[in-house]
Structure formats: C-alpha cells, structure tokens
Design a protein around this ligand. Structure first.
Ligand SMILES: C[S@@+](CC[C@H](N)C(=O)[O-])C[C@H]1O[C@@H](n2cnc3c(N)ncnc32)[C@H](O)[C@@H]1O
Length: 274
C-alpha cells in the first residue's frame, strides 16, 4: 500500500466514523421503547427477546472462544470478496484483528440466540461466517445453521472453532455469495431466519434479499447487518423496507429486521432502542 493510499484510507475512515457516530447519536435520542409500540407482536418481541439481557449459560462457551481468538496472533491470508473493512487494505490479518473488526459484539450474538429460540427457527441461513461467533450463537440455540464464507482460509479457521465448541448442527459452505447462494437456497429447507452479514454494498444486498424471497415462508425473518454503514447500505435498507412483501421492519441501528407475516394488515416500521 502506498503512502497516499494509506492517507486516503485514513481520511475516508475518519470521515466515515464521524458520519456514522452522528447517525448513531440521532438514533440514540429518537429510538422508541415499549411505550412507543402499539403492535402486540413487536411488544412481545421487545419484552421476550430484545430486553431479556440476563446472561444465559449457553453464552459462556461462545464468549470463551471469542476471548481466546482475541488473543490470537495467528495470521491468515485473507481474500476479501465484499465491501471489506474501510479500515484495512492489507490481505494478511491477525485472527485477533478479524474478530475485533468483523465479529458482531456479544449483545447481538446473544440477541440472535434468543431470536432463534423465540421464533422456533429450525433452519438458519447466514451470509458471512468469519470466525463463526454469530454462527455459534445461533447453532447453540438449536437451529441447523447453514453459513457461507467466501475466504477459504477464514472458512477453514471457522471450522476449527465449530469443532472446538462441539457444535455439529452447522453446515459451512465456502464460496462467493453471488454464485453459491441460489444453489444453497435450493438445497436446504426454507430458512426461518436469514442473517446477511457480508458484502455490505447496495446492489448485492438487495440482490441477496430478492434471492432469499424466492425461498422463504411468510413466518421468516431476514436480518440485515450495518444498514446505516454507508449511503449505499441506507439505500438498500430503504428498498428492502419498501418492498411490498415486507409487512414489518424493525431498525435497531446496527441491524435491521424484516418480517413478512400477512397478519400485519398495514405495513409498519419501528426504530427501537437496543
Ligand atoms: C462481517 S464478517 C461476518 C461476521 C460474523 N457474522 C460474526 O458476526 O461473527 C463478513 C464475512 O463475509 C465474508 N464475505 C464478504 N463478502 C462476501 C461474498 N461476496 N461472498 C462470500 N463471503 C463474503 C467476508 O470474508 C467476512 O468473513
């Protein structure tokens, strides 16, 4: 990486972080809570899932693994197929840095765990395995988790992590979402929960949404990561929310959830504090 490229990257990332922080502050002071929710489904979701913050025994092994990975100086040669990190232009990364930058923090992994249980999700599809921490949370909740990772070295490292946790209900796939997603969707049961956490760009995100729509049932939930990350992701999120099949959307700032249940007669959108 040349000096100029490094400087530009730094400026982009400072500017980007500042813009994101501004959006987050606005979210923080305007997001609603249980008093702002009139939908019984969303109220129950808040009470039973979002606001249930007590530590559960199932979280401990995943967090022990995270702790171990955060201390690992092991270096992986990384193939970046997505929007990647706006912070890094190198393709050699330490495992600890991958976890620090790519893995969803515990509170989100734990939310996914509770969502899988609350919705009785039997089949989960995840786009973006990385080190497998979010995968491990959802698998620990009992779902069969099909997870896709584009970088072979990362996928290999994630497989070791799944083995170390003794999780047998994870089905990993290595490949570019753009090419492998249709085939995987055709070969697995209809997913009850899809977590899209990779290639955070407008067009591919909307494309993955449409691809999943062909397969899912109306009881499913789709979760999109980092919907406010860039202007492109903001547009993708607007497009997804506005799609006629979406009857309910919930914005938790760092993730957005969409539901398709026909019992919600009018399209509803909530921005909730999490
Ligand atoms: C943000 S990380 C996933 C983090 C993980 N879900 C967690 O919370 O622990 C995104 C992953 O998606 C992978 N990825 C990005 N774009 C991809 C693409 N087009 N095809 C396949 N994998 C991709 C990256 O290699 C990266 O490991």
């Amino acid at each position: 990486m040349g000096l100029d490229q490094g400087k530009n990257l730094l400026i982009v990332s400072f500017g980007h972080q500042a813009a994101l922080a501004k959006k987050f502050i606005r979210y923080y002071f305007t997001a609603g809570n249980r008093h702002d929710v009139h939908s019984p489904f969303v109220y129950a979701l808040l009470e039973e899932v979002l606001n249930r913050r007590e530590a559960l025994p199932a979280y401990a092994p995943v967090e022990a693994l995270r702790k171990q990975l955060l201390q690992s100086d092991e270096v992986l040669e990384v193939t970046d197929l997505g929007a990647g990190s706006l912070m890094s232009a190198t393709n050699r990364r330490r495992v600890k840095d991958i976890v620090r930058h790519a893995a969803k923090p515990p509170k989100f992994g734990q939310l996914f765990y509770r969502l899988v249980r609350y919705l009785n999700a039997a089949t989960v599809l995840e786009l973006g395995t990385s080190m497998g921490l979010s995968t491990a949370y959802m698998a620990s909740a009992g779902a069969a988790v099909h997870t896709i990772e584009g970088c072979p070295n990362i996928a290999e490292r994630a497989a070791k992590n799944f083995a170390s946790l003794g999780l047998q209900n994870i089905h990993p796939y290595t490949g570019n979402f753009d090419t492998v997603l249709p085939g995987i969707l055709n070969s697995i049961p209809a997913p009850d929960l899809v977590y899209i956490d990779g290639n955070h760009r407008e067009e591919p995100t909307v494309q993955y949404f449409h691809e999943c729509l062909k397969k899912i049932n109306t009881s499913a939930v789709l979760i999109f990561d980092d919907v406010h990350w860039t202007e492109g992701m903001e547009r993708a999120w607007e497009t997804i929310k506005a799609h006629p099949s979406v009857t309910l959307s919930i914005d938790l700032f760092f993730i957005g959830l969409v539901f398709f249940r026909p019992e919600f007669k009018e399209k509803q959108h909530f921005v909730l504090k999490f």
